[in-house]
Ligand binder design. Structure first.
Ligand code: ZN
Ligand code: ZN
Length: 160
């Protein structure tokens, strides 16, 4: 067996956060210095190599300020801009800009962004009826359970 294929583990440490990196291929062993793009980004910023810092922290700040705005009744930029172009696309959902209207409405009512496992369900099954009275916030698993119990509904409509 050529030496290159000998399996060995080398431990290096992320130069930004110190997290251990367990490496097994030669290319990584020679070149890898950071655990993640975030740590690479932080290092680049510290070296002045990156000025337009869209690191996770920046994104988190932007996300938080968006949530703060939602609490004050603010609607995403797309709302006004795209309202005349409110359109039905993607499996029958109503879109406002890039966002689905039922999700926008729910986020506005909640005063926060939807979480990853959260689904906005249409009570009457009509994806274009995005009145808040027709919308219910569910977890993904609740939602799946609900729709599998509705035997008449096909898999396709399971995301209504
Ligand atoms: Zn790191
Ligand atoms: Zn549903």
């Amino acid at each position: 067996m050529p030496a290159d294929f000998a399996f060995s583990l080398v431990t290096k440490y992320c130069e930004t956060c110190g997290k251990a990196l367990i490496l097994h291929n030669n290319r990584d062993i020679q070149r890898k210095r950071f655990c993640s793009k975030l740590c690479l980004g932080k290092w680049m910023v510290s070296q002045g190599l990156l000025t337009n810092d869209y690191s996770l922290e920046t994104r988190e700040k932007m996300r938080q300020s968006k949530i703060d705005l939602l609490k004050t009744g603010w609607l995403p930029t797309g709302w006004r801009k795209y309202l005349p172009h409110r359109r039905i696309a993607g499996r029958g959902y109503v879109f406002i800009g890039q966002k689905r209207e039922h999700q926008v409405v729910m986020e506005k009512v909640l005063g926060r962004l939807l979480g990853k496992g959260e689904v906005v369900h249409h009570i009457d099954g009509n994806k274009t009826n995005n009145d808040i009275g027709n919308l219910r916030l569910m977890t993904n698993s609740e939602h799946m359970k609900y729709h599998t119990s509705q035997r008449r509904l096909s898999y396709v409509s399971a995301s209504i």
